[in-house]
Design a protein around this ligand. Structure first.
Ligand code: ZN
Length: 202
């Protein structure tokens, strides 16, 4: 997955903050401002420098969680077949999800930015423009997450998005090869054991 671009990594990482807890339930990594700050530190390489650092507050948390709900609703729409069972029964309606993403993204307008490393190819990216006067503080992170989600959902990686349906797993992942069905080999093993069990113990 390291080969994908920062937007793809960030969008998948945000969705993956709802994860299986190892006991058949679902754990949430974004429940407090401190937890959000830790997550931001862990993903600093993929976030623009303007995203807030460790000083995440309740407003930043609420905004990030709303963007995550929108992202997961749109991931559910993007995958063939059933969505992740973590939230399949309580997904945000798609028009609301689009509105949440677009509203969050608008908090930090971006401008095009050219980079050209020695020995590399010129690359187009984006950099935050000046934050509009009166924009609520604490929205910069949600804006950066929304920008990443928009780039991923409208980009070349989206057709590879899948929900893993191995027992207990609730993950969205990118298919790395045409026959890949599970997010990881360990999920594949669990799924095969479960199928074998079902076949022999109907
Ligand atoms: Zn899995």
């Amino acid at each position: 997955m390291a080969a994908h671009d920062p937007s793809t990594r960030l969008a998948l990482a945000l969705a993956a903050t709802l994860r299986h807890d190892g006991r058949g339930g679902v754990a949430d990594d974004l429940t407090t401002p401190d937890a959000l700050a830790a997550w931001v530190r862990d993903h600093a390489d993929d976030l623009p420098a303007s995203a807030p650092g460790p000083a995440a507050d309740a407003e930043a948390l609420a905004a990030a969680r709303e963007v995550r709900a929108a992202v997961r609703a749109l991931f559910a729409r993007a995958v063939p077949g059933e969505p992740s069972r973590a939230d399949a029964g309580r997904l945000m309606p798609v028009p609301d999800a689009l509105d949440v993403l677009n509203t969050a993204a608008a908090a930090t307008p971006v401008v095009p930015r050219l980079t050209w490393r020695p020995g590399g190819e010129p690359a187009a990216g984006h950099a935050p423009a000046a934050t509009p006067a009166g924009a609520p503080p604490g929205r910069a992170l949600a804006a950066a997450l929304a920008h990443a989600a928009i780039a991923f959902l409208a980009g070349p990686d989206r057709p590879l998005l899948r929900a893993c349906h191995a027992p207990r797993c609730v993950r969205y992942f990118l298919k790395g090869h045409p026959r890949q069905e599970w997010c990881t080999p360990s999920c594949g093993n669990r799924a095969r054991v479960a199928r074998h069990h079902t076949r022999h113990h109907p």
